[in-house]
Design a protein around this ligand. Structure first.
Ligand code: NAD
Length: 256
């Protein structure tokens, strides 16, 4: 029987790349995301790889919607074997201009949602004595940058959550690990270029070279496919004794 993966924020960017890689391996995929054409995007992946799928437009700021999404996926597929807490948002501003509602939204989506989804999935993983939880954190879970107070706080938080779930999952065959990417060319990064340019008083080209890739020893964006392959490895039996880690995939950023 095919295994099932639930990926939050899987109708764009990194989450979509992870969905395609697992679909290629024959996983059933439970998609989620706020893209208006999310159902269509999920259907296209399912058609391409001939897999079973569900799509939920649940807003991860709402714990009730999260619980419904997880219950529906379990009802459809019987269980969830792999959970990827991937959905995330960003906002860039100096602390004295940082809107309170942006702080609350970033903590809700990038940190609290992972708690609520994990809590909802946990009983099914515990019952079957197998589970793989992969949190898409960030190099910003290990390092700070100015003007990203909420994002850096949330990503450091999810690294701590990962370690705790690694310990709690160990007796039940559940592993929990975080992947900490450097900069990846996705809509999330594209959207912050104008605000970064304003905050740093730079052109948009200078932001790419001096703010983003300046941190990378390897002067390239991280390919989405590399992150998807990392997730596949962490979900495999070979990775059964790897748990509670925050794995940088960051072109040498955190080596500095
Ligand atoms: P993206 O904007 O392409 O995708 C984000 C996904 O999350 C989308 O599908 C979006 O609909 C979904 N989402 C956002 N808010 C949501 C909500 N309230 N409810 C449900 N879904 C919601 O971004 P991405 O770059 O692919 O980011 C994915 C993850 O990777 C995020 O956690 C991000 O912090 C992390 N990350 C990204 C980079 C990068 O450089 N792009 C680097 C490190 C970590």
């Amino acid at each position: 029987m095919s295994k099932t993966i639930l990926i939050t924020g899987s109708t764009s960017g990194i989450g979509l790349g992870i969905a395609k890689a697992f679909a290629e391996k024959g996983y059933n995929v439970a998609f989620n995301g706020l893209e208006p054409n999310g159902a269509e995007i999920a259907q296209q992946v399912a058609d391409q790889y001939k897999i079973a799928h569900t799509f939920s437009p649940a807003n991860l700021m709402q714990p009730d919607a999260i619980r419904t999404m997880v219950a529906n996926a379990i009802k459809t597929f019987g269980t969830i074997d792999v959970l990827v807490n991937n959905a995330g948002i960003q906002f860039v501003a100096p602390i004295d201009e940082f809107p309170d509602e942006k702080w609350d939204a970033i903590i809700a989506v990038n940190l609290s949602a992972a708690f609520h989804v994990t809590k909802a999935v946990w009983p099914a993983m515990k019952a079957q004595k197998f589970g793989r939880i992969i949190n898409i954190a960030s190099a910003h879970g290990l390092r700070a940058s100015e003007f990203k107070s909420a994002y850096v706080a949330a990503k450091h938080g999810i690294v701590g959550f990962t370690k705790t779930m690694g310990l709690e999952g160990a007796p039940y065959g559940i592993t929990c690990n975080a992947i900490c990417p450097g900069y990846v060319d996705t809509p999330l990064v594209e959207q912050q270029i104008p605000a970064q340019a304003k905050a740093h008083n730079m052109t948009e080209k200078e932001v790419i070279e001096k703010v983003f890739l300046e941190r990378h020893a390897v002067k390239e964006f991280i390919p989405i496919e590399l992150l998807a392959q990392t997730a596949l490895f962490l979900a495999s039996d070979d990775a059964k004794t790897i748990t509670g880690i925050a794995m940088p995939v960051d072109a040498g950023w955190t080596a500095q």
